[in-house]
Design a protein around this ligand. Sequence first.
Ligand code: G1P
Length: 294
Amino acid sequence: MHVHTAVVPAAGMGTRFLPATKAVPKELLPILDTPALQLVIDEAVGAGVDHMVIVTSHAKPAIEAYFEPSPEVLAKLRDTGRAVMADRLESIGRDVRVSFAYQDEALGLGHAVGCAREAVGDEPFAVLLPDELMGTSALLDQMARLCERTGGSVVGLKEVPHDEVDRYGVIDPVGAPDADGVVAVRTLVEKPKPEDAPSDLIVIGRYVLTPDVFERIAEVRPGAGGEIQLTDALRAQAESGPFHGVVGRVRRHDTGNPFGWLTAVVDLALDDADIGAPLRDWIEHRLANGPDVG
Ligand code: G1P
């Protein structure tokens, strides 16, 4: 079945990015001129999704405000000849159906996905963690096709240095990934100690899940960190049916902390047609000469 819904968990408090996130949700922090949330929506739409379910909290009204029409700003832009930006603003929340679900208690990623159950319905769906930016829809698209073909859930993967595995969900692969990066998954474990980790292949924040995951989530007891872990629900799926991972050839940035956010912004800016070249010149000048106090 075609994957047409994507869930974006966006209820977190963004404590790694305080005080910026005291009033502005981290999902709305700009990557150049575009909120991180919009970039993951664009990624999902690029993979064929036409329904976004944003899991937010009543403490973050700015998330919903982002999707509301802004007639005064639009009128001003049109009056002053900025039609391209006006069209862009007008399409927010219109080029794709947006629903909201609420998670008002920080009970974990599995719980957050579970909050989207009613909005998703009984079909396969994608999950995109908005802390992570990929810059391409290719991985999600490949994952969705694989889910359609195998009838089982699929996770996005990346190989990391062995001493970093304890920050992530880690898979136990059946053999090595094939030429397309596809590998069958025997089981998964959340944040293992490096000596206990079954591989160096970590789950990045992209998932395409079959809807039975909602029953699995309902059965999960609090795991690592006292939270309802999505990984624990996925383990139950992997141990009872087809389950695959796809090793992505993607640039992946964790924008949930200041350093990762900054590298994401610089990486995208260096590729930008307008500011890439001047930014490169500025950085080279800055590194060669130190701060310009003249
Ligand atoms: C979550 C998941 C973990 C995954 C990670 C990717 O962890 O629980 O399995 O590897 O996202 O970023 P968190 O970053 O919420 O601790």
